[in-house]
Design a protein around this ligand. Structure first.
Ligand code: KG4
Ligand code: ZN
Length: 344
């Protein structure tokens, strides 16, 4: 990667986080994430509230990112923005803002696919932080978030082959729904992760039988619910008194198919460069298990720093830098797209 490149302002607003980053090439000068906390009370993201909150947060977050990076609007060479997939109302806020700013500063902007950005976060670096290796192409990427569960062969920055994916719910969604069954707040993934560290995987759930490299989480969710109902009949306080054991059991059951899928994908493709991406890649059990697999199977493993696992604008900047280098500039008529924009 070039040590210095265009200065890009990157904007991410696809779901419930307003995030703005400033990048010099692939170096992250600032990455500000404004989390919307009001969704916690509803147990999930309320789209209308999310877009209203983005409207309020976008300008202060842009100003905060520029200030942290020590840059001004006039220093920007261009803008990278998430075009999709995501909630339309939320995307529109960031995308329209990016277009207006590009127009007023008379600089180009580039469109970024949110999921591709997650997978390209491995190319980011920060000054003063120990340099880590970046993956060469092709690499396998397990992309696990609140909306996606995919095994992807990343052939190039703009060439992605989906080897397998969930046929129903995403694994992050399953974490969040299981947490709700335990009366834990949204988003449940990080809380299950934390509580699981104090528990044992004492409860078992039936796993679905899926064909090669495909995943399914809706049946597993029902099987978790059934197991809870059965246990509560015998021990009414089980869900609170043994909450850590429930979390450890749920976490193990949700992660196991991912480990199997990743192992199979690596052996089928012969690719030994393996990466994780997306919010669920922050999960400590997943990270530890994949590290164990990498050691025993001889993979080169690329784990994103925790700050680049959940939604953030720095990853949008990484994808933006690739698009910029390829002169793939966007046009003013381009609109936000709630569905995946597939490359490759
Ligand atoms: O990538 P992300 O921030 O947003 C989407 O694009 O969906 O992923 C959010 C998801 C949520 O479902 C959240 O519960 C999950 O990532 N998550 C985790 C952890 N941290 C975030 N799941 C398990 N363990 C974690 N430590
Ligand atoms: Zn995401």
């Amino acid at each position: 990667m070039t040590p210095s490149g265009p200065i890009l302002l990157a904007i991410e607003s696809s779901c419930d986080d307003t995030s703005v980053a400033v990048l010099d090439g692939f170096e992250v000068l600032a990455n500000v994430v404004h989390n919307q906390v009001m969704h916690e009370a509803f147990g999930g993201v309320v789209p209308e509230l999310a877009s209203r909150a983005h409207t309020e947060a976008i300008l202060p977050t842009v100003k905060a990112a520029l200030a942290r990076a020590g840059k001004d609007f006039q220093d920007l060479d261009g803008i990278a923005v998430t075009q999709g997939p995501g909630l339309l109302g939320s995307l529109l806020v960031g995308h329209s803002f990016a277009k207006s700013l590009a127009l007023s500063l008379d600089i180009p902007y580039v469109n970024v696919d949110h999921m591709e950005a997650h997978m390209l976060a491995h190319f980011l670096y920060e000054s003063g932080v120990q340099e880590k290796p970046i993956p060469g192409f092709p690499y396998l990427c397990l992309t696990v978030s609140g909306g996606h569960t995919q095994l992807v062969q990343v052939n190039a920055w703009n060439d992605f082959t989906i080897l397998g994916e969930t046929q129903d719910d995403a694994v992050g969604e399953a974490f969040d729904k299981a947490a709700k069954l335990l009366s834990l707040p949204y988003p449940g993934g990080p809380i299950i992760d934390r509580l699981a560290q104090k528990g044992q995987p004492a409860f078992r759930f039936s796993q679905p039988n899926m064909p090669d490299l495909q995943f399914s989480y809706s049946g597993l969710k029902t099987s978790i619910l059934r197991a809870m109902q059965k246990e509560v009949k015998e021990d009414p306080e089980s869900l609170t008194e043994r909450v850590s054991d429930w979390c450890a059991s749920i976490q193990e059951a949700l992660i196991a198919p991912l480990l199997q899928g990743l192992t199979l994908a690596a052996s089928q493709t012969g690719i030994r460069r393996v990466a994780l991406a997306g919010g669920v890649s922050a999960n400590s059990h997943l990270r530890a298990e994949v590290q164990g697999l990498a050691q025993s199977l001889g993979w080169d493993l690329y784990l994103p720093p925790l700050s680049y696992t959940t939604d953030n604008a720095a990853m949008v900047g990484a994808a933006g830098q690739f698009a910029w280098a390829a002169s793939q500039f966007a046009e003013m008529k381009d609109a936000a797209q709630p569905k995946r924009i597939v490359h490759g």
